[in-house]
Design a protein around this ligand. Structure first.
Ligand SMILES: [Zn+2]
Length: 294
């Protein structure tokens, strides 16, 4: 992995200069190999999704992906996975439990789908130690207001376990993406901890408003403000002060390994917002540490 060495030096220099012990990246994906292969095949067909070529920068075997994260100094990372159809989430959760057991720096992650078994397997996953969930409203094609999910949101709210929710309409809109459906869920479960993926791209303002309204709404930085994302869903300069105001609600996410650029690109994108070192320290370490009890 010698070709990674300059990249490793640049990433570790970033957090060392901030005086941090490393990074906490809430939005990283680890999945069973056959599922990840399907995700990569989807990105390889980039044109039909985002309309952009999407070369996966870290298309590596699992052990090598873990090694890269550790060499970058990512102390904790999500291991997010999600189903695109029914009868799949419980199996994914079983894999995720095994993965977490053999990967001490991975945050034990889990997922769900609107199906009658969801309330039961979500409670079981929390019981087994899951501390981070993922809901992909666009890929799953479901309505987060589905009544089969109401007990799931209730359980997650009571347990104070956050869910990374991909509910913005970028890079590809779905029938239930956008701020409306998830806002209705929060109206019913106002203390539900959610992490809006991709800063809510492209509906940045609406999702920042949601963080103002609800005390446990966070936003992850995944892909946001990079040149790549700014071609699809530019982050409006007039909202940069809102990122400063929401400093305690923003957490580092990257989408590693499924990114079309080096890991450092995300860190550079955050640094060039010019919100200061305290903001970067909060986002890259202290906010996720507090939210996840690390
Ligand atoms: Zn993702």
């Amino acid at each position: 992995m010698t070709e990674q060495e300059p990249a490793i030096a640049a990433v570790t220099a970033f957090w060392r200069a901030l005086g941090l012990p490393g990074l906490i990246d809430v939005h990283v994906h680890f999945m069973p190999a056959n599922v990840l292969a399907k995700v990569w095949a989807y990105f390889d067909r980039g044109q039909e999704g985002s309309g952009l070529a999407w070369p996966i920068a870290y298309r590596l075997p699992e052990a090598d992906r873990l090694a890269v994260l550790r060499q970058f100094g990512v102390r904790w990372f999500g291991a997010l996975l999600y189903p695109h159809k029914p009868k799949m989430a419980a199996w994914l959760n079983a894999w995720a439990g095994e993965f977490a057991a053999r990967t001490p720096d991975a945050l034990h992650s889990a997922t769900f789908f609107p199906e009658p078994e969801a309330a039961g397997y979500v409670a079981a996953a929390i019981e087994a130690g899951a501390r981070l969930f993922k809901a992909h409203v666009q890929v799953g094609g479901y309505d987060p207001r589905d009544e089969l999910l109401d007990p799931v949101w209730g359980t997650l709210s009571e347990a104070r376990v956050p869910t990374v929710v991909h509910c913005g309409s970028g890079p590809t809109p779905g029938a239930f993406t956008g701020p409306g459906p998830i806002s209705a869920v929060l109206q019913r479960h106002p203390r539900l901890p959610v992490i809006i993926a991709h800063l809510g791209a492209p509906e940045y303002q609406d999702f920042l408003d949601l963080a103002d309204r609800y005390p446990f709404v966070y936003l992850d930085t995944t892909m946001a403000c990079t040149d790549f994302m700014d071609r699809i869903a530019p982050f409006p300069g007039k909202l940069v002060p809102r990122l400063a105001a929401a400093a305690e609600r923003i957490v580092l996410g990257t989408d590693f390994p499924n990114i079309p650029y080096p890991y450092l690109t995300q860190l550079d994108a955050l640094a060039r917002l010019n919100l200061g070192d305290d903001w970067l320290r909060a986002v890259c370490y202290f906010n996720p540490a507090r939210l996840l009890g690390l």
